[in-house]
Write a protein that binds this ligand. Structure first.
Ligand SMILES: Nc1ncnc2c1ncn2[C@@H]1O[C@H](COP(=O)(O)OP(=O)(O)OP(=O)(O)O)[C@@H](O)[C@H]1O
Length: 396
C-alpha cells in the first residue's frame, strides 16, 4: 500500500500546539477528539498501534484521506487530511470538524424518528455523489451507516471512517461514469428539522452493533483486485453477497444505501432480527416490507435492496442509474452544494480558541495505563487469550 505518487506530503500535526476539548466519538479502532489550535477547530483521530490490524487500518485510512486531499480528487461531501502525526505507540491525524454530529443522532432527534421524503432526497443525493466519487477513484466504501455520515457546519454531509474501505479495480465499462443527468428545475429544500434538543447535547454515541465477526477467514490485503472476499460491515447493513462470501464489488455500497434510505424513511432497518444469525437470514431471504402505498421512494429502496448484486440498481452504470431514478426527478446534481438551506444547520460552536482543553498525549498515556492494568493476566489466563480476545479484526 504505497502512497499514490500524486498524494501531497502530509503536514505534521503538532501535538504541542493543540488542545483537545472533548471526545467526539469512540469506535472500534480509534478515538476522535474535538481539538483546536489558536486558529481553528478540527477533529483529531487517534489510533493505538495495539495490533497489526489497527496499524494497517489506520495507515489505509490516512492513505485514503491523503488521496482525497489531492486537488483533483477533492469532493464537497468527503473529508480531506489536514495533518498527521506518528509516534511509536499511535497514529493521529486531523480532519475538518463537522459540528452537526452524525446522521444517526439527527434521525433519533426527530419527533417520530424519521425524515420526510424531501429531507431524504437531500441527504441521499449527497451520499450518492460521495460514493460515486469514491468509486470513480476505485474505492469501495463498505461501511455506509448513519453513524458514519457527518453534518458539516454548512448542513451538507461528509462521509467519515475509511478504515474498512477497499481499493478495487475501477469499473471499465464505458457507460459506467457519465456526466450527471441534470434536469430542468432546481429543487428547494425547506428547513424544518428542529434544532438540537437538550437530551442529545451530551453523551457519546454508542455504535448500534459491532462489526460482524469474520466468517470467511481468507486473509486479505489492500492491493487492488476486482472483487473483495473479506467479510466486513455492520450487521444490519451487510449485503447478501458479503454474507454468502461470494466476493463483492462496488454494489455493496448501493445495497447499504438502500438500507440507509429505508432507515431514514421508517426509523428502523429492514432486516434486523433478534440475533445476528436472524439478521443475516433476513438479509439473505426476506424481502423488505413497506407500509403504505408504493411511491418513488419505496421504488428506489426496492431497486437498491435487490439481493442479486448484478441486478441491483447501480451495478450496471454506477451512480448514474441511481441519479436517473424517478425519486430524484428535478434534482440539479451539479448544484447540490448551492442549496442555501439544507434541512438542518448546526448551531455554531462558541469556543475560545486560546484557552482550555487537555493534552491528547496525556489522555493517551492514561488510557494506556488503564488498559494495561485491566489486561494484566490473571494466573489462570494465558497471555495469548488476553491479547486476542477483544480484537474483532484478528482474522481480517
Ligand atoms: N470530523 C469529525 N467531526 C465531528 N465528529 C467526528 C468527526 N470524525 C469522527 N467524528 C465522530 O467520531 C465517531 C467515530 O469516528 P470514526 O467512525 O472515524 O472512528 P472509528 O474508530 O473508525 O469508528 P468505527 O468503529 O465506526 O470504525 C463518529 O461516528 C463521529 O461521531
Amino acid at each position: 500500500m504505497e502512497p499514490s505518487p500524486s498524494s501531497p506530503p502530509p503536514e505534521i500535526l503538532n501535538l504541542d500546539s493543540i488542545r483537545a476539548l472533548k471526545i467526539l466519538g469512540k469506535g472500534a479502532t480509534g478515538t476522535v477528539f474535538l481539538a483546536h489550535d489558536v486558529v481553528s477547530l478540527f477533529a483529531v483521530k487517534l489510533v493505538h498501534k495495539s495490533s497489526s490490524s489497527s496499524l494497517r487500518r489506520a495507515r489505509w485510512e490516512i492513505e485514503v484521506l491523503r488521496r482525497l486531499s489531492v486537488e483533483s480528487n477533492q469532493n464537497p461531501f468527503l473529508p480531506c487530511l489536514l495533518s498527521t502525526f506518528e509516534s511509536p505507540e499511535f497514529f493521529a491525524w486531523a480532519v475538518p470538524y463537522c459540528s452537526g454530529g452524525d446522521l444517526n443522532n439527527l434521525l433519533r432527534r426527530q419527533n417520530d424518528g424519521v425524515f420526510s421524503s424531501s429531507v431524504i432526497r437531500f441527504y441521499v443525493a449527497e451520499i450518492v455523489c460521495a460514493l460515486d466519487h469514491l468509486h470513480s477513484m476505485g474505492i469501495a466504501y463498505r461501511d455506509l451507516k448513519p453513524e458514519n455520515i457527518l453534518i458539516q457546519q454548512s448542513g451538507h454531509v461528509t462521509l467519515t471512517d475509511f478504515d474498512l474501505s477497499r481499493s478495487l479495480k475501477k469499473p471499465t465499462r464505458p457507460q459506467f461514469y457519465q456526466p450527471d443527468p441534470g434536469s430542468k428545475k432546481n429543487r428547494s429544500f425547506s428547513r424544518w428539522i428542529s434544532p438540537e434538543t437538550e437530551s442529545n447535547k451530551t453523551g457519546l454515541k454508542k455504535p448500534r452493533s459491532a462489526r460482524v465477526n469474520p466468517i470467511t477467514r481468507r486473509k486479505t490485503s489492500f492491493s487492488s483486485g476486482e472483487r473483495s472476499n473479506s467479510f466486513v460491515g455492520t450487521d444490519e447493513y451487510v449485503s447478501p453477497e458479503v454474507i454468502r462470501g461470494d466476493g463483492h464489488d462496488f454494489a455493496v455500497d448501493w445495497w447499504a444505501l438502500g438500507v440507509l434510505t429505508y432507515e431514514m424513511m421508517y426509523g428502523e432497518t429492514p432486516f434486523k432480527g433478534k440475533s445476528k444469525k436472524e439478521t443475516f437470514r433476513n438479509v439473505l431471504m426476506k424481502e423488505p416490507e413497506f407500509a403504505g402505498k408504493p411511491n418513488d421512494l419505496t421504488g428506489l429502496i426496492r431497486s437498491l435492496l435487490v439481493k442479486d448484486p448484478n441486478k441491483r440498481l447501480g451495478s450496471n452504470r454506477g451512480a448514474v442509474e441511481i441519479k436517473e431514478h424517478a425519486f430524484f426527478a428535478g434534482v440539479r446534481w451539479d448544484l447540490l452544494t448551492e442549496v442555501l438551506r439544507p434541512p438542518f444547520i448546526p448551531l455554531k460552536d462558541d469556543v475560545e480558541l486560546t484557552v482550555g482543553g487537555f493534552d491528547i498525549r496525556e489522555h493517551f498515556e492514561k488510557q494506556r495505563m488503564m488498559m494495561t492494568l485491566s489486561a494484566s493476566p490473571s494466573p489462570l489466563t494465558s497471555p495469548s487469550h488476553v491479547c486476542h480476545k477483544n480484537d474483532p479484526f484478528i482474522d481480517f
